[in-house]
Design a protein around this ligand. Structure first.
Ligand SMILES: C[S@@+](CC[C@H](N)C(=O)[O-])C[C@H]1O[C@@H](n2cnc3c(N)ncnc32)[C@H](O)[C@@H]1O
Length: 285
């Protein structure tokens, strides 16, 4: 198996199933990944064996570890395929708990063809699975609260019988814990040789901060252009990535080697324009 050790991690060139065979049981703290979904993109013609990948992810994940699985459905013959939900249910059959169905909201997405029959599809799923009870959660606190800060309040909620239950009195804060819908622009890498569907550094970065601690080991079986590895470097985690396409793996290795903290602003351009995408084609992974 071909690999290269770079900084705090190892980048493998190969099929993720073959690579996972090399990884012992229960050593990965967190997986952040975005597999090829449905047939939205061809990725140089490579595909993967979903069910065995999910089983292997369960085996290599530490007790209490997390898998973040970013996916979406293609729309075929007027219907979404439902692949994302089927995959989530299969992860649960493997033994994972579905801790959260998070949403990646892409505010500048545009798919003109689709608008004839539906509202603009502007999100992707980020399923968060835990192996047993999650061992790490470092919630990000950067949401500007709507209520004015410093106001005393007695929040209420309804019990199963519909009766109102009074919660403990608290004082409203200016900044609160993030919700489970994250708004992030899609990105395009600069240059000639670029990956067709990288996810934003922020997406990997913020999941890594949320579900792991420094020196933990982060894995990405579908490494693409190495975004997870770079985010792991930025947050002082160890990492393991693999990528089946030699072209993308070479790009990733170069990108990780060149990575500096300015990476975020230098090599990615946020897609701000609403350029129409022809019917049937979607921005996404
Ligand atoms: C959605 S992309 C990942 C992009 C990545 N998150 C990034 O930010 O660059 C999926 C990647 O999985 C790779 N891939 C497809 N089948 C694979 C397999 N069996 N093993 C490893 N990688 C595979 C594709 O070549 C593609 O680069």
């Amino acid at each position: 198996m071909q690999f290269m050790d770079i900084k705090n991690g190892r980048f493998y060139l190969g099929d993720c199933l073959e690579v996972m065979k090399e990884i012992p049981d229960g050593v990965i703290d967190l997986t952040v990944t975005s597999p090829p979904y449905d047939d939205l993109r061809t990725y140089n013609g490579y595909s993967f064996d979903f069910e065995n990948t999910a089983k292997e992810l369960y085996r290599i994940t530490k007790e209490g570890g997390v898998v973040v699985w970013n996916v979406n459905d293609a729309k075929i013959d007027g219907s979404e395929t439902g692949t994302s939900f089927r995959q989530a249910l299969f992860f649960m059959e493997c033994g994972f708990k579905l801790n959260d169905t998070m949403i990646w909201l892409k505010p500048t997405f545009s798919a003109v063809g689709a608008l004839k029959t539906q509202y603009a599809p502007v999100f992707e799923y980020m399923f968060v699975f835990t192996k047993g009870k999650g061992k790490t959660f470092n919630p990000l606190k950067d949401r500007i609260c709507k209520t004015k800060a410093g106001i005393k309040r007695k929040p209420t909620m309804r019990g199963k019988d519909g009766k109102i239950i009074q919660n403990v009195e608290n004082v409203s804060k200016e900044i609160g814990q993030r919700f489970n819908v994250w708004t992030m622009n899609t990105v395009k890498q600069k240059g000639e040789n670029v990956h067709p569907a990288p996810f934003p550094i922020d997406l990997a970065h913020d999941h890594i901060l949320s579900w792991s601690n420094e020196n933990d080991c982060v894995f990405d079986p579908f490494g693409g252009s190495g975004t997870t590895a770079i985010a792991a470097e930025m947050t002082n985690r160890k990492w393991v990535c693999c990528e089946i396409s030699e072209e993308y793996a070479n790009m990733a290795v170069e990108r990780i080697q060149n990575h500096q903290s300015e990476e975020k602003s230098e090599s990615e351009v946020k897609i701000e324009s609403d350029i129409p995408i022809p019917e049937g084609e979607e921005e996404g992974n």
